[in-house]
Design a protein around this ligand. Structure first.
Ligand SMILES: *Cc1c(COP(=O)(O)O)cnc(C)c1O
Length: 238
């Protein structure tokens, strides 16, 4: 057993990942949902590239990162290895306006788009030799002043803007709900379905990203299609 830079060892890491997969399956069974309708995004922020490589070898395909500089270093390192070539990278951190080029050049998905100005920059800066960048709109479902995300009232306008951007593919919604709120998942699911019904031309609208280590099962119960799990797989972050 090899310790990875003070992090959990490889055996524990693989065991955690398998347990999360099992818990997801159980939650799907319980909710009468097909297990393959819910995707696992492994949130690897602050964790080293060798832990990501270990899980990629087990078959984990999607990884999420929050800190751009750290992410680009790991992406570059892993792209140079055979195991890293199949990884799908999701940016899930907050987006500063002057960092959009780095995001557009290195990631496959961005889950935290909340304003048109950011969407437009990502569209303009997506390299021509890459497929369109997959985009989720981060929704401030609880209307909290302190929270990032697009307010529900502004959602139609933002969807209309992003629909016009050829280098972006709008896939759905992402939320980080307030702790106090108990039905944020259900309300977001409803909004997600409303958009789908109202915009039949949005044929790529298929992803609802909600649920983390602590509330994965509840999110699955409420119709999530992607859970973002960090701690339960990789252990505590420093
Ligand atoms: C860190 C993070 C996660 C993972 O959180 P855990 O509680 O460690 O599972 C999920 N989503 C976002 C946006 C994050 O920043």
């Amino acid at each position: 057993m090899k310790e990875m830079n003070g992090n959990i060892d490889e055996v524990t890491l693989i065991d955690n990942w398998q347990q999360v997969n099992t818990q997801m399956k159980q939650a799907c069974d319980h909710a009468d949902r097909q297990a393959d309708n819910v995707m696992l995004l492994a949130v690897s922020k602050t964790k080293p590239a060798d832990m990501i490589a270990t899980l990629a070898k087990q078959g984990q395909r999607d990884f999420g990162e929050n800190y751009l500089q750290e992410a680009i270093e790991k992406i570059t390192e892993l792209k140079a290895q055979p195991v890293g070539k199949s990884i799908v990278w999701h940016y899930i951190g907050s987006i500063q306006r002057n960092k959009t080029r780095d995001i557009a050049e290195h990631f496959d998905w961005v889950q935290t788009v909340e304003r048109d100005i950011i969407a437009k920059r990502l569209n303009d800066q997506r390299p021509a030799d890459l497929p369109p960048l997959n985009v989720l709109i981060q929704l401030n479902i609880d209307n909290e002043d302190s929270k990032s995300g697009c307010l529900p009232a502004q959602l139609p306008e933002l969807i209309t803007a992003i629909k016009g951007y050829e280098r972006l593919q709008l896939r759905g919604l992402m939320i980080i709900p307030a702790k106090a709120n108990t039905n944020a998942f259900a309300r977001t699911k409803q909004l997600f379905e409303e958009v789908k019904a109202d915009c039949p031309e949005l044929d790529s609208w298929d992803t609802l990203s909600m649920g983390m280590s602590g509330d994965m099962a509840e999110a699955i119960e409420n119709g999530t299609t992607m859970v973002r799990v960090g701690t339960a797989i990789f252990g505590q972050r420093a």
